[in-house]
Design a protein around this ligand. Structure first.
Ligand SMILES: Cc1ncc(COP(=O)(O)O)c(C=O)c1O
Length: 287
């Protein structure tokens, strides 16, 4: 049984209930963030909570907790689940109950859910993953709101085509981001990723950019789907997927179809960093 935090109490997940009248239930109005632990230490927790605060600001949701308070509650929730080897953490702030069922009245509640971290098959990292593209984009993409309809649709399509992820491609044929990941590719020694603004600024994305800067030239610019042929290597990033190599986009093979040297280098940089993160000795300050 997992213990979660809900509105001031630590309860078993079976007893953690919210009102059916909450705007998060009625209208999908709420924000969330997700992260994992390394050596039982939540990875870049303050940055994830900072993004939760920004997401709330973008959608006009009032939070009643300071960053430090949320961080403390998250750490306490992890501590109350000692049976987890490592944890996947979900922080949710609901829109709250509203008199007319539509207008936010600042009555949202905070929830923190912690579950055992489920790893992905090692094969995906050694052989590389297939991703597909979908003609879609998110509403208010800089916000991690609980309105994830496009992701549910995109992931369903990816599953149908035996792919691990779906990349959103907009009307101008720009590759934006994955349903729950950010996208990167190599053209020569240049590491390219779409700029923030029309994507979610992933915490893993920011960490990877900072780490990769010491080895490669990093370019944040629009990437067109037509550039797929010029991509020698590619990968996606997310808290739960870390750095995941991509060897196929739709029916196009990336490079020679195998996990390349440069992506392996980025994976290693990320692994070294996460291994030492819990010690607190080397922690990046993210922009
Ligand atoms: C749309 C989207 N982009 C990117 C990411 C990756 O973000 P992070 O690296 O902070 O987990 C996520 C995470 O769920 C996401 O939902």
């Amino acid at each position: 049984m997992d213990i979660c935090y809900i509105d001031g109490k630590f309860l078993s997940d079976e007893d953690a209930l919210i009102s059916v009248k909450d705007l998060i239930v009625l209208r999908g109005f709420g924000v969330f963030d997700a992260l994992i632990t390394y050596n039982k230490t939540p990875f870049h927790l303050e940055d994830h909570v900072r993004r939760l605060e920004k997401s709330a600001e973008y959608i006009g949701l009032q939070l009643h907790h300071k960053n430090s308070e949320i961080c403390e509650i998250v750490r306490e929730t992890v501590t109350r689940n000692p049976h987890h080897h490592e944890s996947a953490i979900r922080i949710v702030y609901t829109g709250g109950i509203s008199s007319d069922g539509l207008t936010p009245e600042g009555r949202g509640i905070l929830m923190v859910m912690v579950t055992e971290l489920m790893g992905l098959p090692a094969r995906v990292y050694t052989e590389g993953a297939k991703v597909i593209t979908v003609d879609a984009a998110r509403f208010l993409p800089a916000a991690k709101s609980t309105c994830y309809l496009s992701a549910v649709f995109a992931k369903r399509e990816a599953k149908k085509q035996e792919a691990i992820e779906a990349l959103y491609v907009d009307r101008d044929t720009r590759i934006l981001e994955g349903a729950t990941t950010n996208f990167f590719c190599f053209q020569g020694e240049r590491l390219i990723t779409p700029p923030t603004g029309e994507i979610l600024s992933g915490v893993t994305r920011s960490v990877v950019i900072e780490l990769a800067k010491s080895v490669y030239e990093v370019e944040e610019r629009d990437l067109l789907l037509s550039e797929t042929g010029a991509m020698q290597e590619a990968f996606i990033t997310a808290s739960s997927k870390e750095v995941m190599p991509v060897v196929r986009i739709d029916d196009r093979q990336i490079g020679d179809g195998r996990v390349g040297e440069r992506v392996r280098k980025v994976m290693q940089l990320f692994r070294d960093y996460t291994n030492s993160y819990a010690t607190g000795k080397s922690r990046l300050r993210l922009p």
